[in-house]
Design a protein around this ligand. Structure first.
Ligand SMILES: Nc1ncnc2c1ncn2[C@@H]1O[C@H](COP(=O)(O)OP(=O)(O)OP(=O)(O)O)[C@@H](O)[C@H]1O
Length: 911
């Protein structure tokens, strides 16, 4: 056959590729490269050795050029010729495809191995002089009959070197190789070709195919296959390469198995658990039914199966079954769940979740969430406990009103009306034996004892107390909890509170309910509270995290707020508001004497030292170091006094005691009751000491004493947020101009409007007021007015200064001063009516402190004076109740001093 092939053929050098006999493939060349080749039917494809070939003679390492390129005359100038491998593959050109411009695709089939004897330059291109090698049929002869039965047993060892043995071994290895490759899901096309060739093709072709198709065969192996001209040697090489591949495959299968074994420890546990549950299910199908309270046979870890009994009464599963597969923590959890006395609807959810938890791998985040969820369920008070409070919530128990009153009185001075309202509320509960009366909402300035009152109620009822601060809550989820699908989901404040209390009937204080942010983009927390505060709905309160209805109907809710303005309407509607106003100075003195001073002495270990705080010193502290409606700052200042005395005492003992004794004192947490004060320690705190202890006074109270009664200056009464009242002078001045009005002193819109109303009313009644000489004369046509309220940096707002503005302007224009001991407050209308205002108590109390003797008030505020203002203040101040501005004018000015103003005429002007 070699004779039939020409011994001189054009060369197609191959970069990074080796063509083997029997293989059909294609090479992409440029048209110029292919031109001289396509004139021939046969070519020789010779691999190129690596450029710096210093490795071995076989040409290890071929340059990584991917396409095949023909050697042209120009190429010949290069060193490519020297890099040609000494063997090539003679190939037949099957097809030439030049459909793509500039590109020629040569479809070729390898025919035989050819040794390169010489390279010659022939007709503008290089050609190789070759010697061809073929494998004859005899070469490839093998014992076909024994092939299938042939095994690699010891009996056949004598054949080890034989061709048949090599061939059979190759076939066996090839089959294993194909099977293993199938396991690794290698492309089916390759395996199909290999499988087909196994039965039909001669072995040399199979070897070629194997070398070309398997990606793991190196270029080196392919070059070795190309130069091997003895069939048996080729077979040996084939066996070697396949064995090597197989070894790799076996190794990776082994690794995979080991990896799976390690990874599958948990999966195996899962299978076992699953298996166990199905056995358990079978057992449960045959569960015993007992007529009485159900019991579990045993929870011991040695039990093969746990048998669950069903309660015949409610047909619900009464006890959650533990499992032998449970770890210690999970067994504990199941135990707690069983003790939690869950209602049937909660139990079914828990059983389902417990099953899910057991199927999950403990390391997964979902398992953690589920576990904490079940822990929450176990910790919640689902049923009334025996040891829980014996008062409200338990219909057989009684609330002792006398005890409640004792507690309230013991903790709080005064607040008579508030205490009375609380006792009424508790009486309703006692009589009705449930908690349906509306929820109490204590509204008042800071530090007046709202929180402590709620705490006293809880103590009086012998219930647990939980304070829930709602200040700045803007997310509905904080009340209702997050759904469990969210990462780091948590139950809401209420369920958390119930968990902390551990009882079904605590007193929960919804503190600062007015500070809750309404209608934020994260939902409306106030809306979530509606359900909680509605007695008809809160028995099935739904927390998103818990996702099981929870009964809050036994909880006694009390809310506190500083102002009602910011509480949402529907929420306010569900509550009964109890107002707490600020304390008078007298009340503060009482509170300080009877509660705060003894409390702080006790807290500083000075209760047995006989330290006294004089009344004048206490009053000085209240007036010059606090400016509040409550007593929180006063409490703090009293604590400062106690600290100072402590320091004095410590210094004194250090000076007088021997070192040993000092040591002894330092070790003591509080001074010994036996220790008496040395004569050096001053036991009385006077006004003079206050400066030394508390520093310079922080507030100077505005007193009318220091003021002058001038035309155009009138005292109004102000009420600031936080329950503080005070006197506020309004100053008016006039200047030549054209009737312009200037307003200064950080006045708000409503206050400015009051000024315009005042001017309008005065202008329209100028003649009757005696400010003009005829009805037609225009007031203020040639002058400008300037109204100012001192303390300019402090923003002021509200309608209650209307009356004061009118009187101040009239006073200026008439030249008649209003006595400085007269103050006033009231909203005005354009018709001159005076309307009710708020904060009466605080305003009156502060006016009293400032030395005011007479106050003008709207007649509709009379009941506030009678109800709220302490008797001693009522006695020392004269109240003038005004229905219209004429009453106020009458009270402020001497009528005869005005032009024509007479009592009778003022009514005429109204008509
Ligand atoms: N009438 C009172 N008798 C005795 N102590 C009082 C009285 N009123 C307030 N206190 C004391 O004042 C302090 C502050 O009271 P509390 O914290 O209850 O104020 P609050 O009204 O809840 O204030 P806030 O609105 O800022 O929460 C407490 O130590 C309390 O004991």
């Amino acid at each position: 056959m070699s004779l039939l092939l020409p011994e001189q053929l054009p060369i197609l050098p191959l970069y990074d590729k080796v063509l083997l006999p029997s293989i059909v493939t294609n090479f992409v060349l440029s048209d110029t490269e292919a031109n001289h080749l396509i004139k021939h039917d046969l070519i020789v494809c010779i691999p190129l050795k690596k450029k710096n070939n210093n490795s071995n003679s076989r040409g290890d390492g071929i340059n990584t050029i991917t396409s095949a390129t023909a050697i042209t005359a120009a190429d010949a100038l290069n060193d490519d010729l020297s890099r040609l491998y000494h063997f090539g593959c003679t190939a037949e050109i099957l097809k030439v495809d030049q459909s793509l411009p500039g590109t020629t695709v040569l479809h070729v089939q390898g025919l035989c191995r050819s040794r390169i004897l010489d390279i010659i330059y022939e007709g503008a291109c290089f050609e190789a002089v070759l010697k061809h090698y073929f494998f004859t049929e005899e070469d490839e002869q093998e014992n076909e009959e024994d092939q299938d039965e042939f095994t690699l047993s010891n009996d056949n060892k004598n054949k080890n070197d034989g061709l048949a043995y090599q061939a059979t071994q190759f076939r066996i290895l090839c089959k294993e190789y194909i099977t293993r490759m199938q396991e690794f899901s290698v492309s089916d096309v390759i395996l199909l070709q290999l499988t087909k060739s196994m039965s039909r093709q001669p072995l040399s072709s199979i070897i070629s195919l194997l070398f070309c198709l398997t990606e793991s065969t190196t270029l080196n192996d392919k070059l070795r296959a190309l130069e091997t001209v003895h069939f048996q040697k080729l077979l040996e090489l084939g066996n070697q390469v396949v064995s090597c591949h197989l070894q790799c495959l076996r190794k990776s299968t082994e690794m995979q198995q080991t990896l799976e074994q390690t990874l599958d420890k948990h999966r195996r546990e899962f299978y076992l658990r699953h298996q166990f549950h199905s056995i358990e299910r079978n057992q449960n199908n045959h569960s015993f039914v007992l007529p009485q309270q159900s019991t579990r046979l045993s929870t011991g870890k040695n039990n093969r199966y746990n048998i669950t009994f069903k309660n015949i009464n409610n047909n619900a599963i009464d006890i959650i079954a533990p499992s032998n597969e449970d770890d210690e923590e999970l067994a504990d959890l199941v135990n707690q769940l069983n003790k939690a006395n869950l209602p049937p609807y909660a139990k079914s959810v828990v059983i389902r979740d417990l099953k899910r938890l057991r199927k999950l791998m403990p390391s997964t985040p979902e398992s953690g969430i589920l576990r904490s969820y079940l822990e929450l369920v176990a910790a919640l008070p689902w049923q009334q406990q025996q040891q829980e409070s014996t008062s409200i919530g338990n219909p057989h128990a009684d609330v002792s009103i006398a005890v409640a009153q004792k507690h309230l009185d013991a903790d709080h001075y005064g607040l008579e009306q508030v205490k009375r309202r609380i006792l009424e509320y508790l009486s309703v509960i006692k009589v009705k034996k449930d908690l349906s009366p509306p929820i109490l909402c204590l509204v008042g300035p800071p530090g007046v004892g709202k929180t402590t009152l709620a705490r006293s109620i809880a103590t009086a009822l012998n219930r647990k107390f939980y304070r829930m601060s709602l200040g700045s809550i803007r997310d509905e989820a904080e009340i209702r909890g997050h759904r469990r699908t969210y990462v780091a989901a948590m139950p809401g404040l209420l369920i958390n509170g119930m968990r902390k209390c551990g009882v079904k009937n605590p007193v929960i204080l919804l503190d600062e309910i007015d500070k809750m942010v309404q209608n934020s983009h994260q939902g409306d927390p106030a809306a979530a509270l509606l359900e909680v505060l509605d007695p008809s709905q809160n028995s099935t309160f739904m927390d998103h995290f818990l996702n099981i209805p929870f009964d809050l109907s036994q909880v006694l809710f009390i809310a506190t707020a500083n102002s009602m303005d910011t509480i949402s309407g529907p929420l306010l509607d569900r509550m009964e508001v109890v107002h707490l106003s600020g304390y008078t100075t007298d009340e503060k003195i009482h509170i300080a004497r009877s509660y705060l001073w003894p409390k702080q002495l006790e807290a500083h270990g000075l209760s047995k030292m006989g330290i006294e705080l004089s009344d004048s010193a206490l009053l000085y502290v209240i007036e010059h170091y606090t400016q509040e409606s409550g007593v929180r700052n006063l409490d703090r200042n009293i604590a400062s006094l106690c600290r100072y005395k402590c320091k004095e005492y410590a210094d004194m003992t250090e000076k007088t005691s021997k070192p040993k004794k000092i040591q002894h004192h330092l070790q003591m947490s509080s001074p010994s009751p036996n220790l008496t004060l040395s004569s050096n320690l001053k036991s009385n705190i006077d006004v003079d000491d206050i400066h030394t202890i508390l520093g310079a006074p922080r507030f100077e109270f505005d007193m009318v004493d220091g003021e002058e009664s001038l035309p155009g200056v009138v005292f109004g009464l102000a009420y600031a947020q936080g329950g503080l009242g005070g006197i506020l002078p309004i100053e008016v001045n006039q200047m030549p101009g054209r009737g312009r009005l200037t307003l200064t002193g950080s006045l708000g819109d409503v206050l400015k409007e009051s000024a315009y109303i005042a001017i309008s009313w005065i202008k329209s009644n100028a003649y009757v007021l005696g400010l003009t000489t005829s009805r037609k004369e225009e007031l203020l046509s040639d002058m400008d007015l300037h109204i100012h309220m001192p303390n300019g940096a402090l923003p002021k707002e509200g309608p209650s200064a209307g009356i004061t503005m009118v009187m101040a302007i009239v006073s200026l224009l008439s030249g008649k001063p209003v006595p400085k001991t007269t103050a006033m407050t009231g909203e005005i209308t354009l018709r001159g009516q005076i309307r009710a205002i708020g904060g009466v108590k605080e305003k009156v109390i502060s006016a009293h402190r400032a030395g005011v003797e007479r106050i003008l008030l709207p007649v509709t505020n009379q009941r506030d004076i009678l109800q709220d203002v302490p008797e001693n203040i009522r006695q020392s101040i004269k109240f003038v109740y005004c229905k219209s501005l004429w009453d106020a004018v009458e009270a402020c000015f001497d009528y005869d001093g005005l032009n024509t103003m007479k009592c009778s005429t003022r009514y005429a002007s109204h008509l």
